[in-house]
Design a protein around this ligand. Structure first.
Ligand code: PEP
Ligand code: MG
Length: 569
């Protein structure tokens, strides 16, 4: 009998093949007590040095094979080896008489647990890096822990979760799909799967362990399920769907650099969400018409002091250049609450998502905002730059932000700097109050970009980082769609535009609904650009509008999803 296990969709596509369990070799028995602290310290230092040399060699050897993102993971791991907080914890254990291996692993586990306890999934995923580097050093201390060898034929790789060095140890030609017990869409297995273009389903839970080695499974990476021992009819259908998917994907990539027009000729801008220089290069290469959201947090997080204006400006300029003259929407710093900055002391908050986030934080630290705006205006001369403010909830805030921007502009002009003449200024719509009062925000902006990740969490009262309720915050919920409709209806005929830059924009089921609601720009993960463009081309505006009207009348997100799935088939 076949049975279906549900998880979270992490990389689209269909695969059929035998399960291969990624099993780690257990370390040899570990000594827990040390001889004397100085000798143990020397053993540990030698193991750390060997681990650092290995990581440097791995980066050098794999430079062509790994994405810049993956190379950065190993670079960060080299830094972790010398992390002062981690080493202080190790020292305390050594002083208490622990062996090098016991002291090291205890400190590593405590560090990883600290990261896992943070609400931001980005930091939770970094716990895997800490464990990975921990195992690498341990291997030099006690031996064992080698990655298992893959079978010769292509397999569906199953694991509890995969560490970065484990994912790169796999031969991509023999990976049909990834299925993991834990992890999330930002976990390493998910990132690797998306880059390799193979399906992945993550967070399946302990039921995954009931699938025996070699059992045949069918993986649907878009719907997010795994079927164990599927019947012959299901396999035949899946094979047909897989053939169509591969063919469509090849075609979508071949025409990704063409504009996306609906069947009746309406052009939709398909933009990319980027968070680094590497992402921007990928966006350009994948055919994005523009950058619809540059998350600037990467410039500020993970460092001890804020960047200088010159540093910031040079990075913005390099990004604008990487996009070859295409428009770039730069969002001002969106930290606070769950993403604290080490150099901005902030009191802890009981509800960080309802606290001092985004522009609320910028107003408390106007120097930081001033510098960011100055760096942007200086970099933007000669480029189609767009500046966007996050987490705006009241009209008073946008008025203040516009006045502040004018002040920065005048100051720069007085200092003799040229200014970008065609600057567009916009705001994110992430708070239901802002969506409902669109008409009052209109005089202050050139565009709205709807952040459905936050808009859904605030509309459904479901914390987007809490896996127990994250499923409730579906952007296709009719309540969210009605808010989006409110924004597009109020903007119609004003010459201003509306985009969506939340994850929903890259959800192929949501694409026709959003354009039917009047959204003109979809900003998505760079790898999604070709398929989102292909989906736009499949619909006419008349069909999309009718579908959107019907979606608005549904009672829940599941009903909207079945409606679109039926209309598409
Ligand atoms: C959003 O909230 O939808 C969004 C795009 O912003 P972020 O995910 O960075 O909060
Ligand atoms: Mg947001």
């Amino acid at each position: 009998m076949s049975r279906r296990l549900r998880g979270l969709p992490a990389s689209p596509g269909i695969a059929i093949g035998p399960i291969w369990w990624f099993r780690r070799a257990l370390p040899a028995a570990m000594r827990t007590r040390g001889e004397d602290a100085a000798a143990e310290r020397m053993r540990l230092q030698a193991a750390q040095e060997r681990a650092a040399a290995e990581l440097a060699a791995l980066r050098a050897a794999q430079r062509d094979r790994l994405s810049p993102e993956e190379l950065a993971i190993f670079e960060a791991q080299e830094l972790m080896l010398r992390d002062p907080e981690l080493m202080a914890a190790v020292e305390a254990e050594l002083a208490a008489g622990a062996s090098a291996e016991a002291a090291w692993m205890k400190a590593v586990e405590a560090f990883a647990a600290q990261l896992m306890a943070l609400p931001d999934p980005y930091f939770q995923a970094r716990a895997a890096d800490v464990r990975d580097v921990g195992n690498r050093v341990l291997r030099h201390l006690v031996g064992g822990l080698e990655a298992p060898a893959m079978p010769d034929e292509p397999v569906v790789v199953a694991a509890d979760d995969l560490l970065p060095s484990e994912t790169v140890s796999l031969d991509p030609r023999r990976v049909l799909a990834f299925v993991t017990e834990g992890g999330g869409p930002t976990a390493h297995a998910a990132i690797l799967a998306r880059r390799l273009g193979v399906p992945a389903v993550v967070a399946i839970g302990p039921d995954l362990r009931t699938i025996p080695e070699g059992a045949r499974v069918l993986v649907d990476g878009e719907a997010g399920w795994v079927e164990v021992e599927p019947g012959s009819e299901a396999v035949r259908q899946a094979q047909a769907r897989r053939a169509v998917w591969l063919q469509e994907r090849a075609h979508a990539e071949a025409v990704a650099h063409e504009p996306a027009r609906t069947r009746d000729g309406v052009q939709i801008e398909v933009a990319a969400n980027v968070g680094s220089m590497e992402d921007a290069r990928e966006a350009f290469q994948k055919g994005a018409d523009s950058i619809g959201l540059l998350r600037t947090e990467f410039l500020y997080l993970g460092r001890a002091a804020a960047p200088t204006e010159e540093e910031e400006s040079a990075i913005y300029r390099a990004l604008l250049e990487a996009m070859g003259g295409k428009p770039v929407v730069v969002r001002t710093l969106d930290v606070g609450g769950d993403k604290p900055l080490p150099y901005l002391p902030m009191p802890p908050e009981a509800n960080p998502f309802l606290g001092v986030r985004g522009v609320r934080l910028s107003r408390q630290h106007p120097d930081l905002l001033r510098q960011q705006l100055r760096a942007l205006l200086r970099a933007g001369v000669g480029f189609p730059l767009r500046i966007m403010f996050p987490m705006v909830s009241t009209v008073e805030e946008i008025r203040w932000l516009r006045a502040f921007l004018e002040e920065v502009r005048s100051a720069l002009a007085a200092e003799g700097f040229p200014l970008p003449p065609d600057l567009q200024v916009g705001m994110m719509v992430e708070v239901p109050a802002a969506a409902l009062l669109t008409e009052h925000f209109l005089p202050w902006v050139d565009f709205f970009s709807i952040g459905t990740n936050d808009l859904a969490q605030y509309t459904l009262a479901a914390d987007r980082t809490n896996p127990a309720v994250a499923g409730l915050a579906d952007g296709l919920h009719p309540a969210v769609l009605r808010l989006i409709r409110h924004v597009t209806a109020a903007t119609e005929g004003t010459g201003k535009w509306v985009g969506v830059c939340g994850e929903l924009a890259g959800d192929l089921l949501a694409v026709p609904v959003l354009i039917g609601l009047g959204v003109q720009e979809l900003s998505v993960n760079p790898v999604r650009v070709p398929e989102v463009k292909a989906t736009v081309r499949r619909w006419s505006m008349a069909e999309a509008r009718a579908l959107a009207e019907e979606a608005l009348r549904q009672a829940d997100a599941a009903a909207v999803r079945s409606l679109v799935a039926e209309a598409r088939s």
